[in-house]
Design a protein around this ligand. Structure first.
Ligand code: FMN
Length: 350
């Protein structure tokens, strides 16, 4: 089958143009792939399989149906800011082809909450029942992050299955400084009040915190009304061994070079939370082995973004299928083992 996202052809274009082209192709995608069911009920959602799309790919909620049709169990759109904003000047997206990685400094380019909510509403009105989350972001010039996150959560109330408080993108000044117990408590309380009771609330952390900070945050988050912690966002570090000339660009690094750091951060948060809160593992996942490693490190669900850019449209299906193949015997033999638990048997309609 001709891949819907022909990565090699798209990569002849500058990164942001290629991405926009990929979105246009997805808009008209006929694919409705259904990997073998590996149902999970964790982190406040019920999904047909534990493999999700991470934030930043469909930032305006334009291609939810097309993405779910690639075989993702769930899709996170955004980051979405309350008011529309243009983000940072271009170029702001860089391919590190030799490392199969990306550096981005998009700076929350967003169509704004009203436009995204309108698209989600149309998706639901047309019968779309897929598991969709919204990554909450703040406007660059806003002085009240909690108010911004709550405003976006309110705009998508009843339309999103989960919302993610993103205090970890590196491209908005001051954002990562919100990763303190006090700030997070204030934000979580406000978003909790804004979102309907059935909406799961996730908090997404950055991988660049030291161990003591991770442990303290994990401990604090376990005591908050939060269903999931996403570990992790992109890194501002530049791990040794990067080969691409673009490695010096400013911004957040994602893809395989982030894998070790994101897994280490996940293990620390897992140790701090000790099963009291569900974890979503993300960062450098590109195949079922990576996904399995993250589940074994304590995640209940996984997400990826960069691998879709390099791996093409069949990758979500393949990862979910291969994961099901490797987990199924294990789950039957030891149903309590592994993070995804058999919780319901229907598959999620798209
Ligand atoms: C171009 C781009 C934009 C992103 N935008 C967001 C965002 O708005 N909010 C967010 O929480 N994460 C954002 N991310 C981070 C991803 O969701 C993910 O956490 C990170 O890329 C690591 O996963 P990966 O290695 O599979 O890409 C973005 C990533 C990329 C590559």
């Amino acid at each position: 089958m001709l891949p819907l996202l022909p990565s090699r052809l798209l990569h002849l274009l500058p990164p942001e143009k290629a991405h926009n082209m990929a979105l246009r192709l997805l808009e008209f995608s006929p694919l409705r792939l259904r990997p073998p069911a590996l149902p999970v009920r964790r982190a406040g959602i019920e999904t047909a399989n534990p493999v999700g799309l991470a934030a930043g790919f469909d930032r305006h909620g334009e291609v939810v149906r097309g993405l779910l049709g690639l075989g993702f169990g769930f899709v996170e759109i955004g980051g979405v800011t309350p008011k529309p904003q243009p983000g940072n000047p271009q170029p702001r997206l860089f391919r590190l082809a030799a490392d199969r990685a990306i550096i981005n400094r998009m700076g929350f380019y967003s169509h704004g909450a009203a436009a995204v909510a309108g698209r989600l509403e149309r998706y639901r009105d047309r019968g779309g029942k897929g598991v969709v989350g919204v990554n909450l972001a703040k406007n660059k010039t806003s002085g009240d992050a909690a108010r911004d996150y709550a405003a976006v959560a309110r705009a998508v109330a009843g339309l999103a299955d989960f919302v993610t408080v993103n205090v970890s993108s590196p491209n908005t000044p001051g954002l990562r400084a919100l990763q303190t117990e006090g700030e997070l408590r204030r934000i979580v309380e406000r978003v909790r009040r804004a979102a309907p009771s059935g909406t799961a609330l996730w908090v997404k952390l950055c991988p660049d915190l030291d161990r003591a900070h991770r442990m303290a945050l994990g401990e604090a988050l376990a005591a908050m009304p939060v269903e999931g912690v996403v570990v992790s966002n992109t890194t501002v570090s530049r791990p040794a061994g990067l080969r691409s000339p673009e490695r010096g660009e400013q911004g957040g690094l994602s893809g395989p070079p982030l894998k070790a750091l994101a897994t280490e951060a996940l293990r620390d948060i897992r140790a701090a939370t000790d099963g009291r809160i569900d974890l979503i593992g993300v960062g450098g996942i590109g195949n079922a082995e990576d996904a399995l490693e993250r589940l074994e490190a304590g995640a209940s669900l996984v997400q990826f973004n960069t691998a879709l850019i390099y791996g093409g449209s069949l990758l979500p299906y393949r990862i979910a299928r291969d994961l099901a193949r490797s987990l199924e015997p294990d789950r039957q033999a030891r149903p309590e083992a592994g993070a995804p638990v058999p919780a319901y048997s229907s598959v999620t309609p798209q």
